[in-house]
Design a protein around this ligand. Structure first.
Ligand code: SAJ
Length: 445
């Protein structure tokens, strides 16, 4: 029995609908956050409608066809085709039917690293056009502290309806770790912040229907700050080990040996590993949302700026190391044949967006190298005028390359086979650790 404060009629009505699962739930944005959330809500009995601007995604969901690695194909198929508790639509007018609307849209950066809230604002405007008394609206997209209260709330209250009385508004950051089989949408604790008492009550009840641990904080701004801190923490620590990798290269030390030994400390340390750069649509972007907002308070977040600069420098560092390695073997980068292993931004995911591999691929091509790639999770890579296919990982393909460049350490690749058949390997992920030691052939970051 929850110790519930007196809640306005709409809040009490929403809480009742959440607890008896009669609430109709809308999820705006059916990507790596929205689709798993929609599946979780439908799985516990809610009627869920997914909203997306992409008609292809909408059609795939309505056919029970899954396109997100963290969602089980059978779950989506059963919920859509058998139980009919999940459907998708491009018709924004149906937002009026929803009791709860969760917004999970991208929050990218502009070219000069400032927040781009176009998708959040567009989604909020669609919701506002259908806003009615009794609805609960929640933003999950990672953003700077203040977005919910300073951007969303005014757009919604422009309808004349009032937050905390007519409708309820909250922020609850997504914590999806793409490819993580252990921590899923269901068992990853969830932070929730809202403008006022009854809104927090409503939000906590909504998330407690599907998530094991829900963590209330005092405001939407606090919840927004929690999330950008989480991702800044990762960006800064990844930058630290990337800087160490560049220093160890200069000092002829093995950064992998140093970090492995440091990780034996049973307390006060946390393992991060260097790599060819930082990809994905979170870590390289989200900290700059906080950096931008901090300036409003005349505050320079120097750690964020420095971490971003170091992490963005890694592709050039990898290129320089590859050029040195080829030169040591009497080869120049121009006309060299290079096989890139891994286009995805991190291991065991199929997402190549914001991938450092793509940047390094481009840098190699610009310097005249003949570049191919193999990635078991990315059969085709298109960017700009490039339309590339993953090459089969055969002895012939490996032998034909002057240099094999390991940029993503997918578990599905046989690195013993790679080391056996490649002439020269630059391993930026320590994926070849433990392989037959061929120091004359394998160099690590
Ligand atoms: N990376 C390193 N070294 C490391 C860790 C990561 O080079 O030690 C690189 C990865 O290869 C990748 C990039 O950083 O290119 C980001 O990897 P990530 O796993 O930190 O980030 P995402 O975007 O896949 O997922 C993260 C979540 N990851 C974890 O918590 C482990 C989490 O921070 C967020 O829930 C999620 O982003 C998000 O949506 O914010």
């Amino acid at each position: 029995m929850s110790t519930r404060t007196s809640t306005p009629a709409h809040a009490a009505d929403l809480i009742r609908k959440f607890e008896n699962r009669s609430a109709r739930v809308g999820v705006v944005g059916l990507g790596y956050v929205g689709l798993p959330l929609a599946v979780e809500k439908a799985r516990v009995g809610f009627q869920v409608v997914g909203f997306d601007r992409n008609p292809t995604r909408v059609a795939e969901v309505n056919l029970g066809v899954n396109y997100i690695g963290d969602v089980q194909d059978s779950d989506l198929r059963d919920l859509v085709l058998e139980h009919k508790r999940l459907e998708a639509t491009c018709e924004w007018s149906r937002l009026a039917e929803m009791d709860a609307v969760v917004i999970c849209v991208p929050t990218p950066l502009t070219r000069n690293l400032t927040p781009d809230l176009q998708f959040v604002e567009a989604a909020t405007r669609e919701v506002a056009r259908r806003l009615r008394p009794g609805q609960f609206i929640c933003l999950e997209s990672t953003t700077y502290p203040g977005t919910t209260e300073e951007v969303m709330k005014p757009l919604l209250e422009a309808t004349g309806l009032r937050e905390g009385v007519d409708f309820h508004l909250a922020f609850s950051p997504e914590r999806v770790d793409p490819g993580n089989k252990r921590y899923t949408t269901r068992n990853t604790s969830k932070v929730v912040g809202a403008a006022g008492g009854s809104s927090l009550e409503v939000a906590l009840c909504f998330y407690r229907q599907t998530i094991v641990e829900v963590v209330p904080v005092s405001s939407a701004r606090a919840a927004e700050m929690v999330k950008v801190f989480e991702n800044t923490f990762r960006a800064v620590n990844i930058a630290l080990v990337n800087e160490l990798a560049m220093l160890c290269d200069r000092m002829d030390l093995d950064v992998w040996e140093v970090l492995a030994a440091a990780a034996t400390k049973p307390f006060g340390i946390m393992p991060f590993l260097p790599g060819p750069g930082v990809g994905g649509h979170c870590i390289p972007l989200d900290p700059h949302y906080l950096e931008w907002k901090a300036r409003e308070f005349n505050f320079n977040t120097r750690f964020i700026a420095l971490a971003g600069e170091i992490n963005r420098r890694m592709p050039e560092f990898v290129l320089a190391k590859a050029m040195r390695l080829l030169s040591d073997h009497g080869l120049g980068l121009r006309a060299a044949r290079v096989l890139v292993l891994g286009m995805a931004y991190k291991k065991d995911v199929e997402d190549a967006r914001e991938s450092p591999s793509a940047e390094i691929f481009q840098l190699l091509v610009q310097r005249g190298a003949r570049v191919e790639y193999h990635d078991p999770h990315v059969p085709r890579y298109r960017e700009g005028d490039q339309d590339l296919r993953s090459q089969p990982l055969t002895a012939e393909v490996l032998d034909a390359a002057d240099l094999v460049l390991i940029l993503t350490d997918h578990s599905a690749v046989d690195y013993a086979f790679v080391v056996e058949h490649a002439r020269l390997v630059l391993d930026t992920r320590n994926a070849t650790r433990g392989q037959a030691c061929r120091p004359e052939r394998v160099v690590r970051l």
